[in-house]
Design a protein around this ligand. Structure first.
Ligand code: AMP
Length: 220
């Protein structure tokens, strides 16, 4: 199948995970979420997981070297992928440019007050029934049919430790300076892929439609 290498840039709560899961399924892309990969390391209590647990729970960024290494292995085995949550710094973006070109870079834009609202009600699937489940809910906007239980696989839902108000504030404040501004500048000048800004305050279906329209040229 033809190359299709996509990157989503956007703050926590912009909908990267939701859009990525849907797009990956439709276009047969490998969904590479560094947040998920890191949480798996923490859950399995690997050496790496133990090293980064406290950093992640404080809402801070894991070092560029560690994340670059995790992603490099993944990228070397696929030419159809969707990156979600990586790169998050200019250094990571430069590293990625050396490892693999990109075809599309989507920036998902949402105002901060909406992000806070979305993140504080977010509930995730604990994946105890299905390790690949992508279930994600919001206690007000998209509640599960049965409280506390994933609609897709029946696992228990949980709230991420870094989705509490104090940590949310910290994550969003550092986002603009560490990620948003440097990456927007970097990818605006980037020659090998298309940089597309999206209004991600629209409904998930509308955002998805705008993404797939931009991909109209891509081979499914
Ligand atoms: P996420 O699920 O993308 O919000 O990521 C959760 C947490 O994992 C972040 O708050 C960071 O602590 C860590 N993390 C994920 N991706 C990266 C990255 N590209 N660079 C540094 N830290 C990351």
């Amino acid at each position: 199948m033809e190359n299709l290498r996509i990157l989503f840039i956007g703050p926590a709560g912009a909908g990267k995970g939701t859009q990525a899961a849907k797009l990956a399924e439709e276009f047969k892309l490998e969904h590479i979420s560094t947040g998920d990969l890191i949480r798996n390391e923490i859950k399995s209590e690997s050496a790496l997981g133990r090293e980064v647990k406290a950093i992640v729970e404080r809402g801070e960024l894991v070092s560029d070297d560690i994340v670059n290494e995790i992603v490099k292995d993944k990228l070397q085995t696929t030419n159809r992928f969707l990156l979600d949550g990586y790169p998050r710094t200019l250094e990571q973006a430069k590293f990625l440019a050396e490892v693999s070109p990109l075809d599309y870079i989507f920036a998902l834009n949402v105002r901060k007050e909406i992000l806070v609202e979305r993140l504080s009600g977010r509930r995730m699937c604990s994946k105890t029934q299905d390790p690949n489940c992508k279930g994600m809910f919001h206690i007000l906007f998209t509640p599960p049919k049965i409280e506390g239980q994933c609609d897709l696989c029946g696992s228990e839902l949980y709230q991420r430790k870094d989705d509490n108000p104090e940590i949310i504030e910290k994550r969003l404040n550092s986002y603009e300076t560490e990620t948003g501004l440097p990456l927007t500048e970097f990818y605006n000048k980037y020659k090998s892929g298309k940089f597309i800004e999206l209004d991600a305050e629209l409904s998930p279906d509308e955002v998805y439609k705008n993404i797939t329209q931009s991909l109209a040229q891509a081979v499914v």
